[in-house]
Design a protein around this ligand. Sequence first.
Ligand code: BGC
Length: 389
Amino acid sequence: MKKHIYPGFFSLTIGILAFYGCQQPSEKKMASGKAGLEKTVFGRLPDGRNADLYTLRNEKGMEVKITNYGGTIVSCTAPDRNGTYADVVLGCDSLAGYLRGTPYFGALVGRYGNRIAKGKFTLDGVTYSLATNNIGNHLHGGITGFDKVLWTASAVENSGANPALKLTYLSKDGEEGYPGNLPVEVVYTLQSDNALKIEYTATTDKKTVVNLTNHAYFNLADAGKSDILGHELLLKAGRFLPVDSTLIPTGELRPVAGTPFDFTRSFKIGARINDSTDTQIRYGLGYDHCWVFDSPGGSLTEPFATLYEPGSGRLLEVLTTEPAIQFYSGNFLDGTVTGKGGLLYRHRTGLCLETEHYPDSPNRPEFPSTVLNPGETYRTTTVYRFSVK
Ligand code: BGC
C-alpha cells in the first residue's frame, strides 16, 4: 500500500507519528499546519497481516486516527473553549487491545448495526439464520462483524484541506448468515471545519439487509476518565422505540413527552438516567434505545443530535441522512476493558450516538426498509462536527 505524505506535512516525521500511534496523547495544544494523511503500522494480526494506523490532520490541528482493523476510530481530538485539542473517544493504545476484545470501541458496525430478533429474518420466503450473540438475538453483524475484519485502505487523492481515507471490504455471500456478496465502501473525511464525515456505500448481488454505523464512544470532557452524566444532550426526536427486556423494539413508536426519553430540549444525561420507575430505563439499564428523528432522511444541513460538555465547552453536532439514532449511555462499561494509557473504562464513561435505521427492521415491515436489492446502491452519510460553546 502506498504511503501518502501531503506537501508541507514533512515536519512531522514518521517517527513522531509512530510514537503517537502507540501512545495516545494526553492533552496537548496542536500547532496548526497543513492538512494531510499519514500511515504507520499499527500491529500484526494472528494471520500475519499487518493492520495500519492512518492519521488524518486538518489545518486547525484536529487529528483523527483510524485503523483499517474494523475501520476503527482509535482517537479523535477536538478543541475546548481555550483552543486546547484533546482526545474525545474511548479506545486502545495498540492493535492487541482491540484483538483482546472491546465493546465495539470506535468500530464500523455491520452488516446490520444493532439487533435482529432471534437472529432470524425472511426475504422472499427464505428464512435466514444469523448468529445469536446477544441474549438470544443477533447484535452488530454477528460474531465476526465488520468491526473485526481487516479493511483495504487507501488515501483519497487530491483531498486537499479535507484529508480522506477510503476503506473497502467485500462481505461474502453467506458471511455471518447474510445473503449476497456485499462490497462495502466507507470514506472518512476530516473536514477543515473540524467535522468528521463518514460516507457509507454498498451494493449486493442478492436481496439482503444492510444497516451500517459507527460505534464511537464519546466523552467530550476527558476521553473516559470521568463519566458522561454531566454531558447535555439534545435530540430532535419526538418519539423513540420502546424495547422488550432483550432490547428488541416492541413495534411501538412512543412519544417522548413526559418521559426520561425527552431530549427535545437539552437535558443532562444523568438527570433521569436512574429513574427506576420507568420500565424502559430499567430494561436499558439506562439509555440504550433508538430515537426516531422528526424529519428523517436527507438533511445534512442541520444537526439532529447535539452533545455539549459544559466543563470544556466542547460541542458535538451530529448530522445524518439516517432516520434514527441509537443513544447508548455506556451502561455495560464496567471497568474490565483496559483502554488508552491503561485506563479502565468504568460505568458510563463513554456514550454512543449511532446513526442508523431502526433495530430489527427486517422483521418489522412497518419500519423503514433496510432491504437492499441487486442494482440498488445503499448510501448514507453521517457527520460528527466539533466546535465550542
Ligand atoms: C447496544 C448496546 C450494546 C453496545 C455494545 C450498543 O449499540 O445498543 O446494547 O451493549 O452497543 O455492544
